[in-house]
Design a binder for this molecule. Structure first.
Ligand code: G3P
Ligand code: CA
Length: 269
């Protein structure tokens, strides 16, 4: 039942664990979403890209270098781009030991593995299509995978899934392919452009330093594609004073590497 979900108490604003609880476990791994679940957080964020042989995987950078041991395993494959490695090659990499010895053996998850863990944990997902210009057709492919995993039924679409991107084109494609899906644009469009975004974007997700009370009110003044006021989830807020300041702008969500720090700050807000 919905009430049984982790962190489901009706609390404002929504706190989203960025790349999972990524201050406490290696980002964009199953360990990071399990950590978020363990801390009581329902909403997690991730980044989706594509391998050389067409598998969707969860990783932030366009290179494998920072968050895996790829340089050790494949020393002659610089610059180690995700799109130049097969899924089988990526499955051999360690995506946890860079973060800490306790996470040695952690893998880069495929999106399928990731969706199953999110479902297992009864969590909700803010899914980012990362670098879509590198991966033509990734929107359609992502939708197909989400459908296969049972994530395009009304229960998931209404309450458990938002797809976001820095690319307005990508979000627009997503909306056109599946109008029922909720979408978010990453960035801070000028107020004069918000009406245009409102045709296909439910949320505007800005860097917190780029917004104000007035900006958030302006976004709220527009009606999104599903007939509700557009919302704002701001990133990346990791300390109490910033959480107080940005919550004071009236945002609907805070995206954070430290969901526990932000939630306890807000409890005293
Ligand atoms: O969810 C917001 C945030 O993830 C956008 O920036 O670089 O962490 O993907 P980035
Ligand atoms: Ca992201």
């Amino acid at each position: 039942s919905p009430a049984a979900r982790a962190g489901d108490a009706a609390q404002w604003p929504t706190v989203v664990a960025h790349r999972g609880a990524s201050s406490y476990a290696p980002e964009n791994t199953l360990a990071s979403i399990d950590k978020a679940a363990g801390l009581g957080f329902r909403w997690v964020e991730n980044d989706v890209q594509r391998t050389k042989d067409g598998e969707l995987v969860v990783i932030h950078d366009d290179s494998l270098k920072r968050t895996t041991d790829v340089q050790k395993v494949f020393p002659h494959r610089a610059p180690w781009k995700v799109k130049d490695f097969t899924a089988a090659e990526i499955a051999r990499l360690d995506a946890g030991s860079w973060f800490g010895p306790a996470y040695t053996g952690t893998r880069v998850p495929t999106l399928t593995q990731y969706m199953r863990e999110v479902e297992h944990n009864q969590q909700s997902l803010l899914l980012e299509i990362k670098n879509p210009e590198l991966y033509p057709g990734i929107e359609q492919q992502t939708l197909k995978l989400l459908g296969n995993e049972g994530w395009l039924d009304p229960g998931h679409l209404d309450d458990r899934l938002i797809v976001q991107s820095f690319s307005a084109d990508s979000i627009q494609i997503m909306h056109d392919l599946k109008p029922a899906i909720r979408t978010a644009f990453l960035g801070t469009p000028p107020v004069s452009a918000l009406q245009e975004y409102a045709a296909y974007t439910d949320l505007i997700n800005p860097s917190y330093g780029s917004i104000s009370l007035g900006y958030v009110s302006a976004v709220h003044g527009h009606t999104g594609p599903h007939g509700r006021p557009m919302e704002v989830y701001a990133w990346t807020v990791d300390d109490a004073p910033t959480a107080w300041k940005v919550a004071g702008y009236g945002v609907d969500g805070l995206i954070t590497n430290k969901p526990d720090v932000v939630r306890s700050a807000l409890n005293g807000f």
